[in-house]
Design a protein. Structure first.
Length: 450
């Protein structure tokens, strides 16, 4: 990127060349004739659109360190746009023949990263839909049984269980924000639980549930294990995790189903989720009759193994191209970018926890950290956190805030516990560039804190 550029534009030249390659594949078609689109107005409307889009936080910039937002890789953006000229639908092969094949290949690579050669899986519109499908299969295999997840798991699990008519309960988390396996064991002893959700990278903290201990309980209580790795799944390739976190990811292949979101750390545009099942036989639950859809080929149509019907083939094309450029291998360029994000989080965490003004949350397992203020009460600390959030934004640093249980912080005995939850600052350092910007981010935090 040029020094004065904020939004990368050089790749547009590559897109034009690729479009010409694509166009030559349809050279035998007769000309389209007169174009009825109002080209005289497109320029004005698009510039008006650009003006509207300026009403956004700078999600693409390292000074945006709030929510789980990062720009897609240029190859993903270009491949997506290239596919949009065709606009394939990956429901049936006649609507997206090439893109369906690319989806199968790309999903197989993600399954291989998990540790599976045989699998059933496909892309979805996002992690919510992916988790819905995993829980739907769980409910079909064990009707009416309870779904259990940590109180730090994503709220989508409770909502999707309501949609599916499945009972859902939360298990308390430990001081590190992980599912408490001692409490889980007590709950499993009641015998009515069918599935346990292990979150591999919680939204508030990036905590990774203890998969070795959960798998040990599975042998005793025979439940189904779903791993929600929507955020953290790609960290299986990282070489910079703690020993405990490595052990959890090393056993990811033991789960019965896994969800990973390529539109988070996978460098993809929204929306692109992925659901995987270890046992391909669960495909029997997807069977349905669609006599006007699946007639063009005896090969597998992706609509035959998904709950969604129409799905953007462009998402599959973008993911396939990205994984061709950046293979999902340890110590490759892709995995090294994850290590840089984690390096940034650990560095900023050390700066915060060594400053007497702040109380740091649990050490980051991935690339998310939280902290609050040393104050005389929880209410006062929460107020100071909100003030810092506002002042940091005034200096172009965009953080996030979260209300979390007190047990996640080592609060001094002198702090009055006048609320059950404390407001804290939360920072997601998921861009590899954050490794170069962590000190500048700290400088703004330091100044804004006063």
């Amino acid at each position: 990127m040029k020094p004065n550029d904020r939004l990368e534009k050089e790749s547009l030249k590559i897109l034009r060349e690729a479009l010409e390659v694509l166009e030559r594949g349809f050279a035998k078609l007769p000309p389209l004739g007169i174009d009825e689109f109002r080209h005289d107005r497109i320029d004005d409307v698009l510039k008006e659109t650009a003006l509207r889009l300026r009403d956004n936080f700078p999600y693409f910039h390292p000074l945006y360190a709030g929510q789980m937002l990062k720009p897609p890789h240029p190859i993903a953006r270009l491949a997506y746009m290239l596919a949009i000229w065709i606009n394939p639908n990956n429901h049936a092969l006649d609507g997206g023949r090439a893109s369906s094949g690319m989806e199968k290949e790309a999903v197989a690579e993600i399954a291989s990263m998990v540790g599976w050669k045989n699998h059933l899986g496909h892309l979805t519109g996002g992690g919510t839909m992916a988790n819905l499908e995993a829980l739907w299969i769980a409910g079909r295999l064990q009707p009416g049984k309870v779904i259990l997840a940590s109180d730090q798991s994503h709220y989508t699990h409770k909502r999707m269980c309501e949609v599916l008519g499945l009972p859902f309960e939360t298990i308390p988390s430990d001081p590190a924000g992980r599912l408490d396996c001692a409490v889980l064991e007590q709950r499993l002893a009641r015998g009515d639980a069918g599935t346990v959700v292990a979150t591999m990278g919680t939204t508030p903290l990036g905590s990774v549930d203890p998969l070795p201990a959960i798998l040990a309980l599975q042998k005793k209580f025979k439940f189904r294990l779903h791993a929600d790795a929507a955020y953290g799944g790609y960290f299986k390739l990282s070489s910079q995790l703690s020993k405990v976190t490595h052990q959890a990811f090393d056993l990811l292949h033991e789960a019965d189903s896994v969800v990973i979101d390529p539109h988070k750390h996978g460098l993809q545009p929204y929306g692109c989720g992925c659901v995987l099942f270890r046992d391909p036989a669960v495909g029997k639950f997807y069977r349905h009759d669609s006599p006007y859809t699946y007639f063009t080929s005896d090969d597998l149509h992706l609509g035959e193994i998904s709950l969604e019907c129409s799905r953007a083939g462009a998402s599959a094309v973008a993911l396939w191209a990205t994984q061709r450029l950046l293979p999902l291998v340890k110590n490759g360029d892709f995995s090294k970018s994850l290590d840089r994000s984690r390096k940034a989080a650990l560095h900023l965490y050390d700066l915060i926890r060594n400053d007497k003004r702040f109380i740091a949350g649990p050490p980051p397992e991935l690339d998310i950290l939280v902290w609050t203020f040393q104050e005389h009460s929880v209410t006062a600390a929460s107020k100071s956190a909100r003030t810092l959030f506002r002042k940091a934004a005034e200096n172009n640093l965009h953080l996030a805030i979260a209300e979390l249980p007190l047990h996640l912080f080592d609060l001094p005995s002198s702090m009055k516990r006048d609320q059950e939850r404390i407001v804290c600052l939360r920072s997601v350092l998921m861009k590899p560039e954050h490794a170069d910007w962590a000190d500048r981010i700290w400088g703004i935090i330091d100044k804004a804190a006063g």
